[in-house]
Design a protein around this ligand. Structure first.
Ligand code: NAG
Ligand code: NAG
Ligand code: NAG
Length: 396
């Protein structure tokens, strides 16, 4: 009974007695210096680096953006395999509208006057035949060019292949012009209009900055050193800034990224917000395993001959697709991130005495003295003493 009554009393003491820690002052220059130096490091990191350099006092928002482009330039081609032709933007930008990108045709394989007919397949391991028995009627090979009619025909004087129902004559795309047909595209320019918003901060901007007037816009061209704000870019300049040769890229096509970085400090003391442009080739140009390189697609132009036959011109288009990638983070002072990062910094400061204690107890010259005064070992005798003391205290 009395035992449990004592327990109850000690419990009351435990709950209602105020406890405070006793401070041990260590008059050691080494330990003091270590302590202050560690504190300084923590302060430099938590408040200098995290708070000021990384701007941990700001709340952030990511950019919302829209882009329109306008390509300008003309070309004239006069090659042996094609009629002389004048090209303007409606001919070489395909399609004329697309989201955050534009495609400029630079090279092509043209197959004119195709009609729905029967013709011999292009020679290949699965298409050559000896007689009609090798060709199954109705079979369509996805890698082939049409639906087999079941006949074996002369493709040339030396090769016989299965006949197919298809758009004839078939396209032969192995003879790609080595010199890009529209090499003049390197001198084309593009005007990129980009409007952005940071919705959280109700901040709007566009890449035609307030100080640009229409006179300047008519004659300027982007140049990183002289005209870094001009939104008109020479295609060749962009490709060379990405570390590529325009003519090489134009032969088989490729994809070039136009990267617009709108990262801004939107607090009142941080200057104006302007975009930074960079360029990078996005498709993989691996010189070792260069299977299926570049970028191409097919499209056709349809017309009817005077006798009513549906005819088309098939174009396998090679070119450079420019993808415009807009990114950025806007930051502005916010009370919540400020308090959170202040709290994180302060909690780092509370770790400092732990390191100072370790230093004092293991490395300081008088560490044995400090050990004796700071650390109390509880052996068995001391434990008994402590228990008897607490009982006397309890019964008083
Ligand atoms: C196909 O070629 C063979 C041998 O080259 C020839 O004898 C034959 O007449 C040709 N057939 C047609 C339909 O031209
Ligand atoms: C592009 O323009 C430059 C300078 O006007 C000219 O020297 C060059 O030949 C042009 N490139 C092509 C492919 O026409
Ligand atoms: C940019 O301007 C500088 C100075 O006028 C000039 O030397 C340089 O060739 C220009 N760069 C391009 C890519 O036009």
């Amino acid at each position: 009974m009395s035992k449990s009554g004592g327990c109850c009393k000690s419990f009351l003491h435990f709950v209602f007695d105020y406890e405070t820690t006793k401070t041990l002052v260590v008059p050691s220059l080494a330990v003091g210096c270590f302590f202050r130096f560690t504190q300084l490091l923590v302060l430099l990191y938590a408040f200098g680096y995290v708070f000021v350099v990384q701007k941990a006092y700001q709340q952030t928002d990511s950019v919302m953006s829209t882009v329109t482009t306008k390509v300008k330039g003309f070309a004239f081609t006069n090659t042996s395999n094609m009629d002389p032709k004048f090209w303007d933007v409606a001919d070489y930008v395909i399609p004329s509208q697309s989201v955050n990108s534009f495609f400029v045709l630079t090279n092509m394989v043209i197959t004119p006057h195709q009609t729905q007919a029967r013709c011999a397949e292009l020679p290949g391991p699965s298409t050559t035949c000896v007689d009609d028995c090798d060709c199954i009627e109705g079979y369509s090979d996805p890698r082939g060019n049409g639906i087999r009619t079941g006949l074996c025909e002369n493709y040339s004087t030396t090769a016989r292949t299965c006949e197919v129902l298809s758009w004839c004559p078939l396209e032969i795309d192995t003879k790609l012009p080595k010199h890009p047909l529209l090499a003049a595209a390197e001198n084309f320019t593009v005007l990129i209009k980009n409007s952005i918003t940071y919705p959280k901060f109700n901040f709007h901007a566009r890449n035609i900055l307030p100080h640009i007037n229409s006179l300047y816009l008519k004659r300027c061209q982007f140049n990183r050193t002289t005209d870094p704000d001009c939104p008109i870019f020479l295609l060749k300049h962009m490709v060379s800034e990405a570390g590529e040769e325009f003519e090489d890229m134009a032969v088989k096509g490729g994809i070039l990224g136009i990267i617009i970085d709108w990262s801004c400090d939107l607090d009142w003391w941080a200057g104006q917000c302007s975009p930074k442009y960079s360029f990078r080739r996005l498709d993989n140009k691996n010189p070792v395993n260069n299977v299926a390189p570049g970028y191409n697609f097919r499209f056709a132009k349809y017309y009817k001959t005077p006798d009513g036959m549906e005819t088309r011109t098939l174009i396998k288009a090679y070119g450079i697709r420019f993808d415009i990638l807009v990114f950025g983070t806007g930051g502005k002072f916010g009370i919540v991130p400020t308090l959170v990062s202040l709290g994180a910094g302060l909690s780092f400061l509370t770790l400092v005495p732990i390191f100072a204690d370790i230093f004092m107890l293991t490395c300081a010259r008088k560490r044995h003295l400090y050990n004796r005064r700071k650390v109390e070992y509880l052996d068995d005798d001391a434990a008994t003493e402590a228990v008897s003391m607490s009982t006397t205290y309890g019964t008083q």
